[in-house]
Design a protein around this ligand. Structure first.
Ligand SMILES: [Zn+2]
Length: 591
């Protein structure tokens, strides 16, 4: 068995000490660390945190040559076990790498476990030692079992080993069963008034809704157990999906809290989730949905992952976008947010995509393929160069769902279930998605796939939503929307342009990302809104910007701010909708 011994005692140097044992090594045994972690499509170069690497055999040091940024060759002789020792610097609070300090430890195998090339399909053991007193372990790695200690685990192969993140420390834990499957929730870093019972009850409703979604009444989840690892932090939100667990980060102030002495329990913990908590519930629903959609049903290109380089697929619009469509929708179907709140969240997605000129130059299929260098490496030009396959992918899902439902041929739910059952929860290609749409929808969807997935035309959502008694209301454009820029503003930094959107008044005036907008029409700007009062409607307005320490004069077109720029889009149910439209809407929102 390939064995990893991971020591977590060096909390103050934030480093794990790793000992890797390889029985019967090859004469030139290659070892390498993944350059990426599945689910997050960016080359992260985990090897940059690996140091003090050395190898021995039979107690004697042997040669170890580095052959590229993440690979080494050990010069072995004979059958004696190869033992490799190294350290991994672990001070990344994200869900994607590794972290160790005196309060908590966390790691994904992709950042910590060197891959023994050619031996990936053998069983891999992992043992922990050196845990500070009182620390516990939470992971879905299988216990090694008979005769082994509580800190010893085993995986059938390398891919399995690195798909179970490990949380270490003193944390809150709670459990619930859904459809006969044990679920556990672990929360690190919560405030003392954290209401774990409420979080468990709400997460349970989401899990019930999702198992029902995929398998119908009486159905069972395709995993034996499931673990939510939530790290509560001051700032930040995100998650990463795994086959039977997920690592989440959420703001601790958004988690449910218990009533203070003398406080009404309903004030502390209202039945309707707050906006921030609804976001946490959406995150839980999203990552849990991935246990089906991307961890089991997955792009054919991901059937065998290559840890040494980018793994390309055009299908993230489906695996991320459709998962994003269903996350908030299933929170609504669980009864944790109402229809009005759901439509508000949908409005945010509609607004975000409408404010992305990149949707006119890149399709969601191309954006999926390009994720490695565009979506995941965002810069000031990202909104002009690409479109989020999460946000637009969710709207593509909405367009398919509403079309199927309004034509009276099933729903996208039925398409998802058909894909699952036809492909045994395994790899699929775009042709399989097209075939499932055709089978459920009783017609070809080739034209829609070409236009919505591979094209850049506007999605016909306004007309589709109208058939469900939902109108898209246009809110007045903000000054940033009228200028065609994104900006940050604060008393300290003033108004700073972060993005200049293609074709907007800001671009025509010559604004650039990084500019500080100092004055307009001879008046100092404190906030972007001040521009409305100092800009002229009938003549060009002089703008003064600070750029690289120089003051630069620009001019804003006459009437630029009055132009009919798009404001936020807010779908709302119309009271006067027909009974048929209301029935369609009810069926859509209740599943
Ligand atoms: Zn996702």
């Amino acid at each position: 068995m390939i064995r990893y011994l991971i020591d977590a005692s060096a909390t103050s140097s934030h480093s794990f000490a790793v000992e890797l044992g390889v029985p019967r090594p090859a004469a030139e045994q290659r070892l390498s660390l993944p350059v990426w972690i599945p689910g997050s499509y960016l080359v992260r170069e985990f090897a940059r945190h690996l140091y003090a690497l050395r190898a021995e055999q039979g107690g004697r040091a042997i040669g170890l040559r580095q052959i590229d940024k993440a690979s080494w060759i050990a010069d072995c002789q004979g059958d004696a076990d190869l033992v490799v020792r190294y350290r991994v610097y672990a001070f990344d609070v994200s869900v994607r790498a590794a972290f160790l300090d005196a309060t908590r430890g966390f790691f994904n195998g992709t950042g910590v476990c060197l891959r023994v090339e050619g031996r990936e399909d053998e069983s891999h053991g992992l043992a922990l030692r050196g845990l500070p007193a009182g620390w516990e372990v939470a992971t879905t790695l299988a216990p090694r079992g008979e005769g082994a200690g509580p800190l010893e685990f085993v995986a059938a192969g390398y891919d399995e080993l690195v798909d179970h993140p490990v949380e270490l420390g003193r944390f809150w834990r709670g459990r619930f069963d859904v459809a006969g499957t044990a679920h556990e929730f672990v929360v690190a870093g919560a405030l003392p008034d954290f209401d774990g019972a409420r979080l468990l009850a709400d997460a349970r409703r989401i899990c019930e809704a999702e198992i029902l979604f995929w398998h119908g009444p009486g159905g069972k989840a395709p995993f034996d157990r499931y673990l939510f690892l939530l790290n509560a932090v001051d700032e930040g939100q995100g998650g990463l999906e795994h086959r039977s667990s997920t690592a989440l980060i959420a703001p601790r102030r958004e988690l449910p809290r218990r009533a203070l002495p003398g406080e009404n329990a309903k004030t502390a913990s209202p039945a309707e989730a707050s906006e921030g908590y609804a976001g946490v519930l959406g995150l839980i629903a999203h990552e849990y949905f991935h246990a089906w959609n991307v961890k089991r049903m997955k792009p054919r290109e991901f059937a065998r992952l290559d840890f040494a380089r980018e793994n390309y697929t055009e299908l993230l619009w489906f695996f991320e976008g459709f998962t994003s469509y269903y996350d908030d929708l299933l929170v609504a179907r669980s009864g944790l947010i109402d229809a009005a709140r759901y439509l508000k969240l949908l409005g945010k997605t509609l607004t975000a995509v409408a404010a992305t000129p990149g949707r006119e130059v890149q399709s969601v299929a191309a954006a999926s393929f390009d994720a490695w260098v565009k979506y995941y490496r965002g810069d000031e030009n990202t909104p002009n160069a690409t479109v989020s396959y999460y946000a637009k992918g969710a709207l593509v899902a909405l367009a398919f769902d509403l079309t199927l439902r309004s034509e009276g041929h099933g729903s996208l739910d039925a398409v998802m279930r058909r894909l699952w059952s036809q492909h045994g929860g395994g790899p699929i290609a775009e042709a399989d998605i097209a075939a499932a749409l055709e089978a459920v929808g009783a017609r070809s969807y080739a034209a829609e796939i070409a236009a919505w997935v591979h094209g850049t035309v506007e999605l016909p959502l306004e007309a589709l939503l109208r058939r469900f008694g939902v109108e898209i209301e246009r809110q007045p454009a903000t000054v940033a929307q009228r200028l065609g820029v994104r900006a940050s503003e604060s008393a300290l930094t003033g108004v700073k342009i972060t993005h200049v959107l293609r074709g907007g008044a800001g671009e025509r005036a010559g604004l650039a990302a990084g500019d500080e907008l100092v004055a307009a029409g001879g008046w100092r700007l404190r906030r972007l809104d001040d521009l409305l009062r100092s800009a002229s409607a009938s003549a060009a307005t002089p703008l003064l910007v600070a750029r690289d320490q120089r003051l630069v004069e620009l001019a804003l077109d006459a009437g630029a701010l009055a132009a009919a720029a798009a404001g936020a889009l807010q779908p709302r149910r119309v009271d006067s909708a027909s009974a048929e439209a209301r029935a369609l809407c009810e069926a859509w929102l209740s599943g």
